[in-house]
Design a binder for this molecule. Sequence first.
Ligand code: EAX
Length: 323
Amino acid sequence: MKLHQLVLGMGFAFGLMASAAAQTTMKISISTSQNSHQGVAIDTFAKEVEKRTAGRYKVQTFYNGALGGERESIEAVQLGTQELAFSSTGPVPNFVPESKILDVPFLFRDKAHARAVLDGPIGQELLTKFEPKGFKALAWAENGFRHMTNSKRAVNAPEDLKGLKMRTMENPVHIAAYKALGIITTPMAFPEVFTALQQGTVDGQENPLSVIISAKFDQVQKNLSLTGHVYSPCIFVMNKAVFDKLSAADKQAFIDAAKEGTKANRARVDEDDAKGVADLRGKGMNVVDNVDKAKFVAALASANAQFEKDFGKANLDRIRNFK
Ligand code: EAX
């Protein structure tokens, strides 16, 4: 072997080693700020992926809808222009219709119930429904229970909602239910909501305390009612082709990293729920904390009858009765 062949050969071998050790960078995005329950979810995920793959994979984190709203991010993941996204289920039915059942109002009793369903067989089975659509759903996480805010009046009962123009997520289940409550629904992507509230394009919106606080909606909304009308799940989604190319061990690393992200996310939602009302009162919001939920449930009777038709009463009962 001539010297130049040896050098070439060594160079080739070295190149292979270098590429095996090379770092692959992926992107993940959220629509809320870094200092939020979604921020801790993706920051924890990124840190855990890096740790669990010995730095071979790095996850770059984007906040505040910097890569687009939730629908755009999920679409980018489906197309593969973005590897990962963390999103509420708001726009998910447009991609995976089976997820709709989770967006039914007053379906879950409390966070413990919702988390148990999502971590149990029902939630795990729903994760698999993402696969034929080009996603690997890594884990469920959450926004928490949604409450209503508006700039017009204190909302104590459904009759106070009549004629209020409220921004909703781009979610067919929410839209049908809120219409039944008398709300004038205006679906809109999250990054546009603050300005829409500020300019009065809409009177109100609904989101969990975690979102209301991190998005500073108290600056543009006077009234908060603790309606807790619907649980808002979130999900870690990954492009399926990208996931499928990982080694078995790396696949597990990504799933475990998402589970760690979920733990941090839920802990932060609990913290925000514990101190959120006092915090928002301190910032000048008028908070109605004794909403008559039975009246809201009653006002949703016709919408619920439709949901039972669409999703199957047995499927809804399976979730309602899950212990
Ligand atoms: O995921 O669009 C919404 O209201 C969501 O709750 C928000 O983007 C956080």
